[in-house]
Design a protein around this ligand. Structure first.
Ligand SMILES: NC(=O)c1ccc[n+]([C@@H]2O[C@H](COP(=O)([O-])OP(=O)(O)OC[C@H]3O[C@@H](n4cnc5c(N)ncnc54)[C@H](O)[C@@H]3O)[C@@H](O)[C@H]2O)c1
Ligand SMILES: CC(C)C[C@H](N)C(=O)O
Length: 364
């Protein structure tokens, strides 16, 4: 991978390689765009096949956060971290302390939170070294684990997508295939079960599957079976790129709406879904609940205010479908248009010089 070529193609600002021999920290912080404000995005810990794969993931996820934050109406830019390692085996306190010092060194250009493989406890350790971290324990006056809020946002966005696909936003009696029943999808399944949906689930973690079967009466299927099951809605809630050349011909769902980041392997897969008449709900619009919730910490966390803002995901998803219909474009392009228009208008209006300009973190 030619890194500068890639950064130039998608207009990235900064890539930081963080290394601490003593703790084993190998982290990559990618900052995509800070036009709207400091870059806020979570930290993923994962066993990557190669360093190149990790860098690419950090870059792709950071760009997704720029669009997610912009589309959600937040005054925040986009960034993300990946830590190379197994979250079950390789974590230690000094690793997250070292990582916290690297974040502090960026002096507020990047603010972190949880993502796959990291927890509230990890954020608390990072907080020992820096204030540029969110999703820390409620004991610190913070918002804690963002996953239940992300799940609520996905649930609301899925209802808006159902309205588009089926003419009603009721999920009662709908069959929903959920891929991955981890932190977010467990709570999503609870909302869906409470509304009377039938659930089909899969996960590489058998315990997680069993919990969904026991608590929500879900039907369990194999890892590769999930794409081809008879269902109304496919909810990708594991990792990215699950909508691709191999899976699209298998998917029977009329609507796709889930929590995972970067669901389309390539943009052409969004075009194919559009041609097939599948209602694809752009990932970064529907899964913004977690970042909306942690971002509220920057103003002194207020749960009611944060949840009110999460409710807007229903309207944002609806708006994306309206733009797609109006401009005869696939939904992923409509979402990009919505986010890019906001960034561009702010870029233009901010060109005027201001001594000691107001900064979002000054309110903390
Ligand atoms: N946690 C949040 O607040 C949040 C916010 C926005 C987006 N997301 C995205 O949502 C997705 C899920 O996040 P999470 O926090 O629930 O993570 P998680 O790690 O708790 O859950 C992911 C689940 O997917 C399972 N999984 C992994 N590979 C799989 C495969 N091939 N097939 C089936 N299951 C598989 C894992 O075993 C795990 O149970 C991620 O893509 C994440 O980036 C999370
Ligand atoms: C800031 C975090 C809550 C980010 C979250 N992991 C996401 O992808 O949106």
């Amino acid at each position: 991978m030619e890194i500068f070529k890639y950064m130039s193609k998608y207009d990235y600002e900064q890539l930081v390689m963080c290394h601490d021999e003593a703790s084993g920290l190998k982290a990559i912080i990618a900052i995509h765009d800070t036009t709207l404000g400091p870059a806020l995005g979570g930290t993923r810990m994962w066993t990557y096949g190669s360093e190149e794969e990790a860098i690419e993931d950090a870059l792709r996820l950071a760009k997704g956060m720029t669009y997610k934050n912009a589309a959600a109406g937040l005054n925040l830019g986009g960034g993300k971290t990946v830590i190379i390692g197994n979250p079950r085996e390789d974590k230690n306190e000094s690793m997250f302390r070292a990582f916290g010092r690297y974040i502090q060194g960026l002096n507020g250009r990047y603010i972190t939170a949880e993502d796959v493989g990291t927890t509230v406890q990890d954020m608390d350790v990072i907080h020992e070294e820096t204030d540029y971290v969110t999703g820390i324990s409620p004991a610190f006056g913070s918002s804690g684990n963002p996953s239940p809020v992300t799940a609520y946002g996905v649930y609301r966005g899925m209802k808006a997508a159902a309205k588009e696909g089926f003419g009603s936003d009721s999920l009662e009696g709908k069959t929903i295939a959920v891929q991955g029943v981890g932190n977010v999808a467990y709570h999503l399944c609870r909302h869906l079960h409470e509304e009377g949906a039938h659930l089909i689930v899969t996960d590489i973690n058998e315990e997680a599957v069993q919990k969904a079967v026991d608590e929500f009466g879900a039907q369990a299927v194999g890892i590769n079976e999930i794409y081809s099951v008879d269902c109304d809605i496919y909810a990708p809630c594991a990792l990215g790129a699950t909508i691709n050349d191999e899976t699209i011909p298998q998917i029977k769902a009329k609507v796709i709406a889930g929590a995972a980041n970067n669901q389309l392997k390539e943009t052409k897969h969004g075009d194919i879904l559009h041609e097939k008449g599948v209602v694809y709900t752009p990932d970064y619009v529907i899964n913004a609940g977690g970042v909306i919730n942690v971002a509220d910490e920057l103003n002194g966390y207020n749960k009611d205010r944060a949840m009110k803002r999460v409710e807007t995901i229903y309207d944002n998803v609806t708006r994306v479908f309206e733009i797609a219909r109006r401009d005869h474009i696939p939904t992923y392009k409509a979402a990009d248009r919505m986010a890019e228009e906001r960034i561009e208008s702010m870029r233009k209006s901010r060109s005027q010089f201001l001594q000691n300009g107001h900064h979002i973190l000054s309110r903390r």
